[in-house]
Design a protein around this ligand. Structure first.
Ligand SMILES: Nc1ncnc2c1ncn2[C@@H]1O[C@H](COP(=O)(O)OP(=O)(O)OP(=O)(O)O)[C@@H](O)[C@H]1O
Ligand SMILES: [Mg+2]
Length: 271
């Protein structure tokens, strides 16, 4: 359970970018954070993993207050927070397995890491997760030999290797083609329920947010102006969030096709 209350972030002396956000997210629910560019979506995710220092407010993960943690306590808390990035953030010249094992860096000693002596159980877990997302056969390939969709699967597995208690994804599909994006969204949704993991996804594609998440939170200028079910995210909500300007990727909101597609219903092309 992630509980954010009255979160404020001000960069320098500027007007606050986050103006007192409240958000509670349970395990296994996938929340889309939508909002125009500059609304504060990335700032919010970065406050959670403390890449950005919150100005005030509280962020609790399964009861632990994350704001104000320092040094060792901060490092410990951070390993419970998995992060998935738009640009994947893999180390190109390392293999898929090495990238995945990097998710254990918060747990192993420096010696184990530099000598690449990861515990056998880490390697086994890596294979299980890689198998789960369909990249096990690439374990020894260099990361830069993979397609975007495959690279993002590596990014997801690396985050899961941390045994996270929450997964944060900042525009995880923005660099991918539409079909591959859908596959990644479906994967995140399935993993959230399999692992009882709360997942927060910053996303510009409102149609995908509606199809593949359980809840949509809309930010405008650092204030939450929508928080509800995808089915209730209508034209009015869209206008309120984007100020009457259509979101870049949505000329129109397609009708909601019931709950999002399941993973088995989305074709896994080699991407
Ligand atoms: N390190 C920083 N220093 C100063 N201002 C910043 C910093 N990072 C972000 N901002 C400002 O905070 C506001 C919110 O930025 P943020 O990146 O959180 O928006 P966003 O909703 O993620 O936008 P996008 O959709 O473009 O990714 C913007 O006005 C931005 O210029
Ligand atoms: Mg952003």
């Amino acid at each position: 359970m992630l509980e954010i209350s009255n979160l404020v972030k001000r960069y320098g002396q500027d007007e606050p970018v986050l103006k007192g956000l409240d958000l509670a997210v349970d395990g296994n629910s996938v929340v889309a954070i939508v909002g125009a560019s500059g609304a504060g979506k990335s700032t919010m995710l970065r406050c959670i993993n403390r890449l950005v220092e919150p100005t005030s407010g509280s962020i609790r993960l399964n009861g632990t207050e994350l704001v104000n943690l320092r040094h060792r306590d901060l490092r410990r808390a951070r390993r419970k927070i998995g992060m998935v990035f738009q640009g994947f953030n893999l180390i190109d010249r390392l293999t898929v397995m090495e990238n995945v094992l990097a998710g254990r860096l918060g747990y192993v000693s420096l010696f184990q890491a530099v000598s690449r002596r990861y515990p056998q159980e880490d390697i086994e877990r890596a294979f299980v997760l890689m198998e789960r997302v369909g990249i096990a056969h690439y374990a020894n390939k260099r990361a830069d030999e993979l397609s975007g969709g495959e690279r993002q699967r590596v990014g997801v597995v690396r985050a899961l290797m941390q045994e996270p208690e929450v997964l944060l994804a900042d525009e995880p599909t923005a660099s991918l083609d539409p079909r591959t994006s859908e596959q990644i969204m479906v994967l995140l949704q399935s993993l959230a329920s399999e692992l009882s993991l709360p997942v927060l996804i910053n996303i510009h594609n409102v149609a995908q947010a509606r199809s593949y998440t359980d809840r949509i939170v809309g930010l405008r200028h650092g204030t939450m102006i929508f928080d509800g079910a995808p089915a209730d995210f209508d034209k009015e909500a869209l206008d309120a969030i984007y100020g009457g300007i259509e979101s870049p990727e949505d000329e129109a909101i397609p009708p909601q096709a019931g709950p999002g597609k399941r993973e088995s219903e989305v074709r896994h092309d080699s991407t």
